[in-house]
Design a protein around this ligand. Structure first.
Ligand code: V0V
Ligand code: CO
Length: 144
């Protein structure tokens, strides 16, 4: 059995109003803001939040461009659960494995994700309906 999906890194939620969504997650749910970042490749502004004892984080995603994946999702489905992201040690190796099994990996090469990570996605039609993100965190020998 493969064992390269190491942890659930985050759950991505598409939001139309980031300020309101952050207020709900902090003031009502009590999560702590870990970082706020704009990702020009993905055309999103994101806020990553952590529950009281850590663990899997929540990623709120607001589009910065009407043509972006998040804007299109909001138009079709409205705000809500968008993807789940697993942490991997080697995103190229894991995507190659899944692709070899016939699943559609969305990018030929990993792109830039949160906090200097490398990310790729597997199409929801090939994963039982859930958009799957793979995240290789930034390592000390690969700054930034
Ligand atoms: C679309 N579909 C979804 C979905 N988005 N199903 C579950 N979850 C989603 N998020 C379904 C849709 O209902 C249709 O289902 C089918 O997929 C349409 O497929 P398509 O025409 O090939 O694709 P689109 O145009 O709907 O786009 C979907 C994909 C797009 C996944 C291809 O959103 C994409 O390229 N996503 C990758 C980038 C991304 O999501 N970035 C934002 C997060 P039926 O009708 O066929 O059943 S950025 C992020 O997480 C970062 C930066 C990070 O964590 O570091
Ligand atoms: Co994500």
């Amino acid at each position: 059995m493969p064992n390269d999906l190491l942890e659930l890194d985050h759950v991505g939620i598409a939001v139309a109003d980031l300020t309101a969504a952050v207020a709900f997650h902090t003031e009502v749910l009590g999560l702590r803001v870990e970082l706020t970042e704009t990702n020009d490749e993905q055309h999103v502004t994101e806020v990553m939040l952590t529950p009281a004892e850590g663990g899997t984080r929540i990623q709120l995603l607001e589009p910065t461009d009407p043509a972006s994946a998040i804007a299109q999702f909001l138009q079709r489905s409205g705000p809500g659960l968008h993807h789940i992201a697993y942490r991997v040690a080697d995103v190229v190796a894991t995507t190659a494995r899944l692709q070899a099994e016939g699943r559609r990996v969305l990018y030929p090469h990993p792109r830039h994700g949160t906090a200097g990570s490398l990310i790729n996605f597997v199409h929801p039609r090939d994963t039982g309906g859930v958009l799957l993100e793979l995240v290789q965190p930034r390592s000390l020998d690969r700054p930034g």
